[in-house]
Design a protein around this ligand. Structure first.
Ligand code: PMT
Length: 403
């Protein structure tokens, strides 16, 4: 898939630069033609000679080669590249990219790039989680830059946390997926439901559940970063969208969520139902706060809510892809398979509360993607990485249908 592809590989000044040698090796072995562009600081971490030997091209770092006066054209590089990858991407380069500070060859090339750009951030944990860096990453995601999330673990500083550059093999996988799929999510209309629903009993009480919305929001960010046109319909959560391209619709109850979904579903290409929707709601809403002293025992009469995923399954068009979730406590696989058929879904993402760190509220999840022909089980991962696995499965299914 990478045979003859032109890739600009940008390297910034971070300790993770040593890992980029392996990435370069993977790319050239797969047949890609790679032009390395380094920031001046990157050369303090790794020598240009190593990289030019592996890429068989002189490394570009300055606008001019001092002794020959040769000018390196960022415009030509931008036109030449089928893809630009920046690994590691430091906080400083991310900030410059987000704000168009074109004071070195790498950022200038980024601004000239005509095709997709993927970055693999790497920095210390405090720099990574700093609101400035997160804001800048959100700007880049909104601009359509693909972000291979940093991972957690021991950092060069000796501290433990999130900020390690993703492994070269994982970055390579993203690059391969990009070319395999040809950016096939770009421009596709994606509907995602997220969070819980609240079913009101009286002005102060409701029936709800523990969903935080993290899984659905991670999916929205991941798909938007791959160029999809995302509408996120969410129940009450305390999360923010970072990607400015995500259209967010806030709802409270299952009925409100159903109405919002009905407006969007007919024109969407892909729908992902990650919300934990209440199956029932109180039959009667009591206008004034229900007084405790009035009753010794209370019985709440419930009526069924619409099954949003199932209703969409009934009107699903040819070519539309629908993905449901199954949150189970037992008999997970059998229940997921039942939901796959009953709701006319293409996949069901099974997560079970028996797995520690999976399901509600956590930052992680452990999923099995269930299709009618196969089941794919993944290890426990950060929800954004889980979202990437789900997005990969959707891309693979689109690529399969196109071939
Ligand atoms: O939000 P988080 O804290 O990150 O937690 C994530 C999650 C656990 C909520 C998420 O990963 C998840 O599993 N969401 C679906 C939970 C659920 O309601 O599962 P279910 O097995 O009851 O429903 C099956 C499918 O039908 C789901 O896709 C659900 O969105 C959909 N459904 C269910 C009932 C209903 N009335 N309408 C629906 O659309």
């Amino acid at each position: 898939m990478l045979q003859g592809k032109h890739i600009v590989l940008g390297i910034c000044g971070g300790i993770a630069a040593y890992k980029t040698v392996s990435l370069l090796r993977l790319l050239t072995k797969a047949g890609a033609e790679v032009q390395v562009v380094m920031t001046p600081a990157a050369k303090e971490f790794i020598t240009p000679v190593t990289l030019s030997s592996l890429s068989r091209k002189p490394v570009v770092s300055e606008f001019f080669t001092a002794n020959t006066g040769e000018w390196h054209s960022h415009v030509d590089l931008g036109l030449w590249a089928d893809l630009m990858v920046i690994a590691p991407a430091t906080a400083s380069t991310i900030a410059k990219m987000a704000h168009g500070v074109a004071d070195n060859m790498l950022v200038t090339t980024y601004l000239s790039a005509k095709e997709h750009v993927i970055i693999a951030p790497a920095m210390d944990l405090d720099m990574y989680r700093h609101p400035t860096t997160q804001r800048n990453l959100a700007i880049l995601a909104g601009d359509g830059v693909g972000i291979v999330e940093a991972t957690s673990g021991q950092l060069a500083s000796g501290l433990e946390g999130k900020g390690r550059m993703a492994e070269p093999e994982d970055i390579f996988e993203h690059i391969r997926d990009y070319f395999d799929c040809g950016g096939c999510l770009s421009g596709r209309k994606v509907l995602i439901t997220a969070g819980p629903t609240y079913e009101k009993l009286d002005p102060v009480r409701f029936i709800g559940n523990y969903s935080s919305g993290k899984m659905g929001f991670s999916l929205a960010e991941e798909l938007a970063s791959r160029g999809a046109d995302v509408t996120l319909i969410t129940g009450p959560v305390s999360l923010q969208c970072h990607n400015a391209a995500i259209r967010r619709v806030d709802v409270e109850s299952a009925n409100e969520m159903y109405d919002a979904v009905r407006n969007v579903f007919p024109s969407c290409d892909i729908a992902i139902f990650a919300a934990a929707v209440a199956d029932y709601r109180p039959k009667n809403y009591v206008e004034a706060k229900i007084k405790r002293e009035k009753m010794e025992e209370a019985v709440i009469e419930l009526v069924r809510n619409p099954d949003i995923a199932a209703e969409c399954g009934k009107i699903k068009r040819e070519g539309q892809i629908t993905v449901g979730f199954a949150l189970e406590t037992d008999n997970g696989l059998a229940s997921a398979k039942k939901k796959l058929a009953a709701k006319n879904l293409d996949f069901v993402v099974l997560n079970t509360l028996q797995d520690k760190g999976a399901g509600f509220r956590t930052d992680t999840n452990r999923i099995t993607i269930v299709r009618d022909t196969e089941e794919l089980t993944f290890p426990l991962k950060d929800k954004r990485q889980v979202a990437a696995d789900i997005a990969d499965a959707i891309e693979a299914s689109i690529t399969h249908d196109l071939n």
